[in-house]
Design a protein around this ligand. Structure first.
Ligand code: 13P
Length: 256
């Protein structure tokens, strides 16, 4: 489809359930102090909710953006433990929806991910919509079908302009936290399918503009071969993002 130069790569750190306010702020300061290609790559840190304020303070005045790992779609009310998009004002400019850990461990459905994505957009934040197949699904040849239903369910509810404003993270479940990353060929193929599905749902222009990352055991060792591939517009990084130096190496590799 289009050349990757048309889309600005985005590398996001998903710290998952790691770090509190103090060590999160220290890690954020360490990332911001690295000499990163900020002119070419968007850099996002997603700490746990309790660390958002400290991380925002730590990166103030730098190009590093902050994202939430999780939101609920309602704005307020009797939803114990949940965090709404309006509550993130001043704390996040991105928010993840549909991470496979949320889907698998907390029962989030494609419809939930759609509602969260709409809520994130209506709050003026950038959604990072995570999709991906399990190992069983890949082995059964179901990857395309799984991606089609996950992607369609979310993006059929959006406008083309809203679609173009999103980031999609292709994260095959079998590659997350396993040390077994998708090969560049597998990642590129699946991301190509995702872009085709977006084109079918929202048209060619939205599909050409939407940024699609790869996530799953991205490391300083494998990032170069993954991120130099056409169509792979950055990475969503788990384990390696807890080390500022490793994360910085991945950001460097995403620069065109
Ligand atoms: P790892 O990089 O630890 O495999 O995690 C990937 C991920 O789930 C990012 O959201």
């Amino acid at each position: 489809m289009t050349s990757p130069q048309a889309r600005r790569p985005v590398v996001a750190a998903n710290w998952k359930m790691n770090t509190g306010p103090d060590d999160g702020a220290a890690l954020a300061r360490a990332v911001a102090a690295e000499s990163l290609p900020f002119a070419q790559v968007d850099v996002v840190l997603c700490p746990p909710a309790t660390g958002l304020a400290a991380v925002v303070a730590a990166v103030q005045g730098t190009p590093v953006a902050v994202g939430a790992q999780h939101v609920f779609w309602e704005e307020s009310g009797a939803y114990t433990g949940e965090i709404s998009v309006p509550m993130l004002e001043g704390l996040a400019t991105y928010a993840v929806a549909g991470h496979s850990e949320r889907r698998q461990l907390f029962g989030e459905t494609d419809l939930d991910v759609q509602r969260k994505t709409l809520a994130i957009l209506s709050g003026g934040l950038t959604p990072i919509v995570a999709v991906g197949e399990s190992l069983d699904q890949r082995d059964a040849g179901e990857t395309l079908g799984v991606l089609r239903s996950q992607v369609t369910r979310v993006f059929e509810a959006l406008t083309p302009a809203e679609t173009a404003a999103c980031v999609i993270a292709y994260e095959p479940v079998w590659a997350i936290g396993t040390g077994r990353n998708a090969t560049p060929e597998q990642a590129q193929e699946a991301i190509g399918w995702i872009r085709d599905i977006v084109a079918a749902v929202q048209g060619l222009q939205a599909a050409e503009l939407v940024r699609i990352q790869y996530g799953g055991s991205v490391s300083p060792e494998n990032c170069q071969e993954l991120l130099c591939r056409d169509g792979i517009d950055g990475a969503l990084v788990g384990g390696a993002s807890l080390d500022a130096g490793k994360f910085a190496a991945i950001v460097q590799a995403a620069a065109p």
